[in-house]
Design a protein around this ligand. Sequence first.
Ligand code: GLU
Length: 501
Amino acid sequence: MNDPKTPQSLFGPRVRLAPSPTGWFHVGNARTGLFNYLFARKTGGTFVLRVEDTDKERSKKEYEENMLEGLKWLGVEWDEGPEKDGSFGPYHQSDRIEIYKEYLSQLLEEGKAYYCFCTPEELEAQREDMIARGMPPKYSGKCRDLPENTVKEYLAQGKPSVIRLKMPKKVIKFNDIIRGEVEFNLDLIGDTVIAKSLDEPLYNFAVVIDDYLMKITHVIRGEDHISNTPKQIVIQELLGLPTPNYAHLPMILGPDRSKLSSRHGAMGLNEYKKMGYLPEAMNNFLAFLGWHPLGDKEIFNLEELIDKFDLNRVQKGGAIFEIKRLDWFNAQHLKTLSVDQLFDKIGEYIKTFSKTPKILDNYSPEYIKKVIELETPRLTKLSDFLEFSEFFFQENIDYPKEYLKWKTMEEIEIPTSLKDCLAVLEKIPEKEFNKAKIETSFYNFISESYLYKKDKGRLLWPLRVALSGKKASPGPFEIAEILGKEESIKRVNFALSKLNS
Ligand code: GLU
């Protein structure tokens, strides 16, 4: 079997992620990247990263950096592209302008493309005319057959122009790995613009040349590009280039089935990292946006995803993005980590993102690991850790004194309960101050009291709040063990003093 981590097989499939750095790297790009990566690793192929930065105004270096950072965070490693040598570069489209120019010139010379000098006003008038005649709007073809001399003259005069493809009147059919046979009538598309000038190719043109020269065998991308595919196939045909295999991934939709947006909780990938999600969980979640392996198992790490991945099992219908599902994946992945792994990840997270990064500095790793062990079952994200367990790391906790009141109690009854707690705690020898011993001591005490036997919350609720300062927390015995005898007693005394104030 192929080692899935072996990069760069000479003969396997070649796939690519071709993002435009015109915005923050988002979940859509990340999902496409992941599917390409899984396919490449599964098949012993090569995963190419190509930066489609021909749009000079909108492309920004910081967006590109954000994209590389996002892929690295996920562990979706590319074999060729920025920061990686490969034999098919350069991997930035902005460095390939001369290459596109050659192919554009060829199409122009062969009369398969032409200069169009129509002004925006003319184009708008043509559009309105077509709509008025009940026809789908497309370019009228006005400049298709301009005499060569006129073209030369206009170009010499510097008349604004674009380059259009002479779209053949025919139906293009292709077999999409996910969607089956797809058909487009080119007549409905019209003479599409493929470049603003010889030096400014547009997406549909540049992508064809790059996919060809980079020997891409499978184009795996979002369904939003399916209407571009016939245009790209025509360009391939006109230049005599081979057509790669296509696989259009289903759209990612919000729970209301509309196009995914920030309204549904979708944001730049980096934000998920900041929110405390694990890359393993993110990959698992993204992989399930449109794909599902055979069987019921749902929690997979990257290696397992590679092993199970099958492009033929990708669904056609839209994939619903639910942040709750990501939370679930994250909580499950957190549970698969050892205390030591969690210790590293939580420490790193707090150092990078917490407003109080020093909070853990005064505590021993053993103490922190005990807290981690206690809190893991309740964690959804790394960020929950401090929120849930801050009270373990604060010398002086504070809270509204009403919190101490159990539902069947009057406020004046609380001091008695707290004093009883103190008496029990004090009797436990320091050396035996562990959960089991604390628990038995309290239950023995409860069994001797009619009032507490009837309602143990009268004793244990004020104790738990005194120790944690929270209405919701793990149980009081676990907390007391970690805090230790001295600190537990100090906190109960503090609660008592609050009631007197
Ligand atoms: N630059 C295009 C995008 O970011 C790439 C589309 C493709 O994969 O062909 O959407």
